[in-house]
Write a protein that binds this ligand. Structure first.
Ligand code: UDP
Length: 246
């Protein structure tokens, strides 16, 4: 698969449809696969933390979540065809899963969010099998119990929605123990959107690359995290070529 190396993070050059097809192929293979969807904030974190960069690069599929990553690929003259956000890929995967025997575990969000998401998904995707769910707030000594719950549910796909980098680290630390899981997707706040507790930016903002602006207006506390966006653009302009030629 063709990749573009953005500041040391090797992003797969796939569209939303291609990513969903690939994930369904992973489901047929008798082994664990991880899918992460880094945005520019996460790539900046990986740029500063080599260990986290290796963790991301160890994924079976890494897609570009965020228009910043798409712009970076253009600067590097290896343009991504589109933004392949975790939420959009998840929706395609849900459609495909509902016509299959596979079953899903929803992990993350505040208490009640996964339950509400499951209720809505059952309506929107008739035939979808939801094997279990659990909120994303836990102590370290509860992890083995959570892993057991996931394994006993029989689910072979899991959405891990703990926010980044927690979800990527959780998936990486527990992949060997998730004996029945074929695909684990780290997809941030998606359960909140499925539950209706958070709204996705209207189509206009997503299409025009202004989703960050919409989120900033709705959730001003993100401003500090978003300060990395201009730093990301400058770093790609300054140092990006070096990585892409590696
Ligand atoms: N979350 C969680 N456990 C935690 C911290 C966060 O389940 O310990 C959830 C939180 O409730 C929210 C999601 O993780 O549903 C993070 O959403 P956000 O939009 O911040 O994700 P990101 O922007 O990192 O993708």
């Amino acid at each position: 698969m063709d990749k573009v190396n953005i500041l040391g993070v090797k992003v797969d050059m796939v569209t939303i449809d291609e990513a969903a097809d690939l994930i369904m192929r992973f489901m047929e293979e008798d082994k664990f696969h991880s899918v992460f969807t880094p945005n520019s904030e996460i790539i900046m974190r990986a740029y500063r933390d080599g260990e986290f960069a290796s963790l991301l690069n160890g994924a079976d599929l890494l897609t570009a979540d965020g228009i910043g990553v798409v712009y970076a690929s253009r600067i590097l003259k290896k343009p991504l065809k589109e933004r392949a956000a975790g939420f959009d890929i998840a929706k395609k995967v849900l459609g495909k899963m509902s016509a299959s025997e596979h079953s899903l575990f929803l992990f993350g969000g505040k208490p009640g969010v996964a339950e509400k998401a499951a209720e809505n998904l059952a309506k929107d995707y008739p035939g979808l099998k939801i094997a279990g769910m659990r909120n994303g707030y836990f102590k370290d000594d509860e992890v083995s119990e959570i892993v057991r719950e996931i394994n006993e549910s029989g689910a072979d796909m899991i959405f891990v929605c703990l926010g980044a980098p927690k979800q990527e680290q959780w998936i990486d630390q527990n992949k060997a123990s998730l004996t029945n899981i074929r695909v684990a997707m780290g997809i941030g706040g998606s359960l909140d959107v499925f539950a209706g507790t958070a709204e996705r930016a209207p189509e206009f903002f997503c299409k025009t690359g202004l989703e960050w602006f919409y989120r900033l207006c709705k959730e001003p506390w993100r401003a500090k995290r978003m300060a990395d966006l201009p730093k990301f653009a400058l770093t790609v302009l300054k140092n990006g070529k070096k990585y892409e030629q590696e």
